[in-house]
Design a protein around this ligand. Sequence first.
Ligand code: ATP
Length: 230
Amino acid sequence: MNAIELNNVVKRFSNGSDMTLLFEDMNLTVREGELVVISGEEGIGKSTLLRMIAAMTPANKGSVQVFGEDLVSIRKRTEWRLANIGYINDEGCLMPYLSAKQNLLVGLKEEDPQYAEREKEAKAILADLGFSEDKFKESIEGLDDKHQMLATIARILMTSPKIILADEPTKELEGEDGAAVLDKLLHFAKKQGSTVIIVTNDPSIHHLADRHFTVSNRQLVEIDKDEQVH
Ligand SMILES: Nc1ncnc2c1ncn2[C@@H]1O[C@H](COP(=O)(O)OP(=O)(O)OP(=O)(O)O)[C@@H](O)[C@H]1O
């Protein structure tokens, strides 16, 4: 089954008399479970593409479908997003004064019947991502960049999203740290059967992708694996 299908999409933004045309007759099909990487110059529309798939901004023309559902017809967007999409970026979706574990359990009270089960899951995810006991009790703002990003990923993984959209997830991390974080994310995504789109210009990630695209002439162009520079 196709997880994501964009057909003949036009996307533009108007700022007063200025108009930015980002995509024109753009098409993309991503199969369930696939890992797609998108790279390209700054300002070319990569984040906007992810935001269209997450129903955060609409296409001006054409259709965007996720698991066969046209995003135009979705009524409760926030609920739909929470149920289907895990969106990772460096703006962070975590509360800085809470610990990683508390962030994973936000919305649950200790007396809730499902608390114990969810707490077990949270601990297992954090431990798998390499958190030691004292690290997952540390407040988010007390963690280093790598563990902050891992905590963000853990929060997303707690919801077992069908689709993970990651916008430059390793931008703030140095070489090996970035690779280690990404390795964890991809390992979990595979385990959960999630479909993943990663926007990144980090060449060390490109070879991990099932398919790699860039944006050229307002369309997505697939880069042949053999042409990639490592
Ligand atoms: N909500 C908006 N209103 C107006 N213009 C916007 C809006 N969102 C994005 N843009 C413009 O669209 C262009 C593409 O932005 P986008 O963030 O999608 O690019 P990008 O390829 O992800 O670049 P970067 O690597 O800098 O994040 C930019 O010129 C940006 O200013």
